[in-house]
Design a protein around this ligand. Structure first.
Ligand code: URA
Length: 163
């Protein structure tokens, strides 16, 4: 990812492929993510990608609350360092970690939330995780709505994406 990017995206945690290579979203979910980004003319050069936890939970299980809380100070510092104008949360783990536990992704997605995370004021939007979309392809229609909202916000905030 580009550390100068104005857009930051947060997933859940590395899978086996990501763990081996040390990069986020390089497996099957990552390939779908690339297509989603490309649909609004974004690529990895225009965006900074990380995960709620940056080590791989055994057996691909979701990170536990304890693991998430232990990692959270680093995630918040990470957001402060990148200082994105737009923060995209993919899936319920990222949503619950950064916005709160009362939300379900199907209700919380597709809405802008102005939020201060650490020292960073940013516009946050949650959407479906690409791994979820692979299991529930009908939800791609909702995902497309969210992607268009992100494109619109980029225009509003005059975020330029030089190639
Ligand atoms: N799923 C995630 O949430 N993050 C990755 O990096 C890969 C798959």
């Amino acid at each position: 990812g580009n550390p100068n990017a104005k857009i930051m995206l947060i997933g859940e945690g590395p899978g086996a492929n990501e763990d081996q290579v040390g990069m986020p979203f390089i497996g099957r979910a990552g390939q779908l993510l690339d297509k989603m980004l490309l649909s609004i003319n974004l690529s990895r050069e225009n965006i900074y990608i990380t995960n709620v936890v940056n080590y791989r939970p055994p057996e691909n299980r979701s990170p536990t609350d304890k693991e998430i809380q232990r990692y959270l100070p680093y995630l918040i510092q990470h957001i402060e360092i990148i200082s994105p104008k737009i923060l995209i949360l993919l899936g319920s783990t990222a949503l619950n970690t950064l916005i709160g536990d009362e939300e379900v992704i199907s209700k919380a997605r597709g809405k802008w939330i102005e939020k201060k995370i650490g020292k960073c004021n940013t516009s946050v939007i949650a959407s479906f995780h690409p791994a979820f979309l692979m299991r529930q392809p009908a939800q791609k229609a909702m995902s497309w709505i969210d992607l268009k909202m992100i494109k619109k916000k980029m225009l509003e905030l005059k975020i330029k994406i030089g190639k």
